[in-house]
Design a protein around this ligand. Structure first.
Ligand SMILES: [Zn+2]
Length: 205
């Protein structure tokens, strides 16, 4: 791509670093911003900067939060005895939109993936195990996507916590194998949480 302007080239290059944004799309977005009032670009830049500077991770569940504890952990109406284990914040948002779950979450920040070099130590697994060991958790629900990495992660955590006297369940697989949670429709996902099954039953096949 030949640019007549260095300013344009820089903006397009930065924009095209985003996932799914090629150079052509980046150019279209940048030219769109140039046609809009200047304030729009300022609002966008400010929102992104605020997000990066002020965003926190909830100390309890590792969900993205504006405060030390996220709104879910801070809500006294939520049942703190049930914890739903998810990969990332998109899963929290997907499950919240079903309105079928009233417990708390634990956001792992990914799945165990030897190919990508992600081991248990790279995820928030230790804090989950501590939570189970120290707190009054009665049930843990695995809600990771049903991929090999998801299954490996479930099994790894299961092995660490099976000695504790808690109920361990997994969401029912109305969601077909390999599907990512965030793409499941709300009704299917809601049902799969309500009709969750004991984890040991799921690994026996
Ligand atoms: Zn939280």
């Amino acid at each position: 791509m030949d640019f007549s302007s260095k300013l344009l080239e820089n903006a397009v290059n930065e924009m095209s670093r985003l996932p799914g944004i090629g150079k052509r799309t980046a150019l279209r977005l940048v030219l769109h911003l140039l046609k809009q009032p200047k304030e729009n670009t300022a609002y966008l830049s400010e929102a992104l900067l605020h997000l990066r500077n002020d965003m926190k991770n909830c100390e309890k569940c590792h969900n993205i939060s504006d405060t030390v504890l996220c709104a879910i952990c801070n809500n006294p109406k939520r049942n703190s005895e049930i914890i739903c284990v998810v990969e990332d914040i998109r899963d929290v948002m997907a499950i919240e939109s079903t309105s079928q779950f009233n417990g708390l979450y634990h956001v792992l920040g990914g799945k165990i993936s030897p190919i990508e070099g992600i081991g248990p130590q790279n995820l928030k697994i230790d804090s989950l195990i501590k939570k189970v060991a120290n707190e009054e958790v009665k049930e843990l629900i695995f809600a990771l996507s049903s991929t090999m990495e998801g299954d490996t992660t479930n099994f790894y955590i299961f092995k660490q916590i099976e000695k504790f006297n808690i109920k361990i369940s997994t969401i029912a697989r109305g969601i077909s194998v390999g599907d990512e949670l965030e793409y499941a429709d709300e009704i299917t996902l809601g049902r799969s949480i309500v009709h969750r099954i004991p984890f040991e039953q799921s690994i026996r096949g």
